[in-house]
Design a protein around this ligand. Sequence first.
Ligand SMILES: Cc1cc2nc3c(=O)[nH]c(=O)nc-3n(C[C@H](O)[C@H](O)[C@H](O)COP(=O)(O)OP(=O)(O)OC[C@H]3O[C@@H](n4cnc5c(N)ncnc54)[C@H](O)[C@@H]3O)c2cc1C
Length: 486
Amino acid sequence: MTGHAVVIAGGGPTGLMLAGELALAGVDVAIVERRASQELDGSRAGGLHSRTIEVLDQRGIADRFLAEGQAMQGLGFSGIPLDISDFPTRHNYTLALWQSHFERILAAWVNELGVPFYREREVTGFAEDGTGLDVELSDGQSLRADYLAGCDGGRSVIRKAAGIEFPGWDPSVSSLVAEAEMSQEPQWGIRYDEGGTQALGRGDGKRARVVVSERYAGQTDEPTLGDLSRALVAVWGTDYGVHSPTWISRFTDMTRQAASYRQGRVLLAGDAAHVHYPVGGQGLNVGVQDAVNLGWKLAQVAKGTAPEDLLDTYHAERHPVAARVLQNTMAQTALTRGDARTGALRATMSELLSMGEPRKRFTGMISGLDIHYDLGEGHPLLGRRMPDLDLVTADGPLRVFTLLHGARPVLLNLGEPGRFDITGWADRVQLTDAKYTGPWELPVLGEVSAPAAVLIRPDGHVAWVGEGTDLGLPDALTTWFGPGHQ
Ligand SMILES: Cc1cc2nc3c(=O)[nH]c(=O)nc-3n(C[C@H](O)[C@H](O)[C@H](O)COP(=O)(O)OP(=O)(O)OC[C@H]3O[C@@H](n4cnc5c(N)ncnc54)[C@H](O)[C@@H]3O)c2cc1C
């Protein structure tokens, strides 16, 4: 039987990112993907938020996406604009880039890293024993794996087969999203009415991109041109002669989250772990960031350099992040109903979000820049993302994110050179002596005191802050990167 250290079910945005992270760490990983290629029906995600662009920058691949997308001030809370241009990040904007392009570019990187794909087949189930799993494929084959990652979307077979509960809320709104031709010129633009958000945008050539709500009546089947026509008539009074759709898909505000992101040797990430209404454009972003949190942890456990309970920190850190996204998307969805009372609430929210502090907080939340993993009391940097500072080293200028390209942890010494001895971890942790004299400014929090040293995890979050001594450093190194060699 063919075997891999990690098998990933699903090669969408989350599975691709996870595969890249594991491959960078030298783990034997393979993807099983139902689709024959990375081609995607429908538009789905339309952009990347700041923190996602930052995590791609941490791997040295952000430029590939920036070259094909369009940087813009596109962040919003239920359509209420949020300006991110004054945030302390190199990527203080949203990148407009359709999911199909995002997946194509990411898949090219994963291919360069040599990850094998088993395409045009599905994972149908698995059997776990004391030493690993047999992963069953739809072509009758099995793959042996030490770990199985379910990145197989909202209807995850892995989640169901593992018996992981998916509690939450049933849909209240259903929308059709489509690209089609129209024989009459429609009323272009976005509007909010009692049914929710309605939008008619110009697509490629003669085609229109449509988002239109329909009465939710338990529909789960594939939407038809007739459904699209009826929904258009219900909202605009005409279907504008809609015909020749390129694709039509349906989405709802079903809001659910896996009760556990890990069960034994099975892990869940992305839509397999959480689903919600796409308002605010956070789904793909949260999935990619799940993968970046999980990748280095799973790599170390798979390679045997860290104990298995490191994997529990994945649930502990990422479950609260998606729980917050579920909460904010439910609030945003409620605000899209255009009746008079919701309109008044929306006007109130708009006023609130034009004020300094609320605008900062909501912008930090939707962009993912405010994420703070609970690593205990201490300096404000602890558990937060490390800013991409311009450092000066003995070899010249260096950006912090450049140090993270290989997805290896970094001990950054900003004090007297040579004062740290981490020989026991030298095979895993890079030690860099550097100088930085500028301000330390964190999103939402503002300026914080300059630390003398920081231990940065491969996901870019700070695991330890030194204030002049190495107090607590050996413990932090052991917790996150396993015991040191004697
Ligand atoms: C209309 C719409 C608009 C959206 N807009 C945005 C937006 O603006 N911004 C945003 O961030 N997000 C948006 N989203 C959400 C975003 O598309 C998802 O969150 C994202 O695709 C999740 O990625 P994923 O890799 O976790 O799951 P998926 O993209 O669902 O990928 C799962 C993959 O697994 C494969 N697969 C499934 N089952 C199996 C199996 N058993 N075996 C093998 N392979 C399998 C599938 O073929 C697929 O490739 C939108 C979604 C919709 C529907």
